[in-house]
Design a protein around this ligand. Structure first.
Ligand code: NAP
Length: 292
């Protein structure tokens, strides 16, 4: 068993399997989740459940957050009884949520007031890779902090990429999800077009898989969309959040993102049509409703 004490905050779709992998790797893990019931499977395994983010941070060498949006992670880290209230000098705080690079810098600013170190370390990969410990982890922060955290990150991910200074992991993550949002929106439109023209959807998948721009995504998510399986692995509300954050980053960096803006509208309308909690692939269902 490792002597490192890990505090894991946020046991949602991603956080729960990630924290389980830390346990399996032999780390001493303490958990906390806003909705207490999600910590019960951990308590049943004898894992300590902390009273608040500050309490967990006070007893951890490395604190990890995996929550939803910038405002949520700011509340958990910088709010009353938050990570910064409890963190010890020399400890490390790793935020793995998908947030804006400006939010990452704000979190780093908070923990450095306590002589602690910070990494933004968002992930590529959904519930499956999170369960298998096969995430791709994009890291922003000092190389020395990454090296101290590497054994812990390696228990959750198979590929660790150092993107640059604080905020660089978040920037690379948003640019990566930009491609995923475009892929999902493009596939949904193409699939609908093929179906409405009376062709067999599986033929469309066959062509895409034989193409030079083939992707394993078509076999997993694409095949699921053809079967109308919108069970949630990555909630549509989170993809909409990511596309909004891409727009904000576009403004900050003076980058024109006209196609991403159009896709943002598509996710906004899908959310307004009641699909927030469904998988992001449910944009197909929204497009179908709009096309009838
Ligand atoms: P999720 O299932 O919706 O879980 C969200 C977690 O954040 C829950 O533990 C929730 O607590 C907590 N939370 C939200 N707001 C909070 C607040 N104000 N205070 C305290 N806790 C709060 O989301 P997820 O799919 O695990 O995603 C987590 C993060 O990873 C997001 O940033 C997402 O964009 C990113 N991500 C997701 C995927 C994916 O495929 N799912 C892949 C890569 C990255 P409660 O239980 O109390 O609601």
């Amino acid at each position: 068993m490792s002597t490192l004490r890990i505090g894991f905050l946020g046991l949602g779709t991603m956080g729960a399997p990630m924290a389980m992998n830390l346990l399996k790797a032999g780390f001493r893990v303490q958990v906390w989740n806003r909705t207490a019931s999600k910590a019960e499977p951990f308590a049943k395994q004898g894992v300590k459940v902390g009273k608040s983010p500050a309490h967990v941070a006070a007893e951890s060498d490395i604190v990890i957050t995996m929550v939803s949006q910038p405002k949520d992670v700011e509340q958990v880290a910088l709010g009353p009884d938050g990570v910064v209230d409890g963190i010890k000098p020399g400890a490390m705080y790793v935020d793995m949520s998908t947030v804006s690079p400006s939010a990452s810098r704000k979190l780093a600013g908070g923990v450095t007031t306590k002589q602690a170190e910070f990494l933004d370390a968002p992930v590529v990969g959904s519930k499956g890779p999170a369960t298998e410990g096969a995430l791709v982890i994009l890291v922003g922060g000092l190389p020395s902090t990454l090296e101290r955290c590497r054994p812990v990150l390696s228990a959750m991910g198979k590929t660790i990429i150092h993107a640059g200074g604080v905020g660089a992991g978040s920037t690379l993550k948003l640019a990566t999800n930009l491609m995923l949002a475009h892929l999902a929106a493009g596939f949904a439109e193409g699939l609908l077009l093929v179906q409405r023209a009376g062709l067999e959807p599986k033929k469309y998948l066959e062509v895409l898989e034989a193409s030079t721009f083939r992707s394993p995504w078509y076999q997993t998510k694409g095949a699921g969309m053809i079967k109308r399986d919108f069970s949630t692995h990555f909630a549509l509300k989170h993809m909409y959040k990511d596309v909004r954050l891409m727009g904000e980053l576009g403004l900050d960096t003076k980058t024109a993102l006209p196609i991403t803006k159009a896709i943002e509208q598509l996710f906004a309308q899908s959310e307004a049509a009641g699909k927030a909690e469904a998988d992001y692939s449910a944009i197909l269902a929204f497009l179908e409703e709009r096309s009838s």
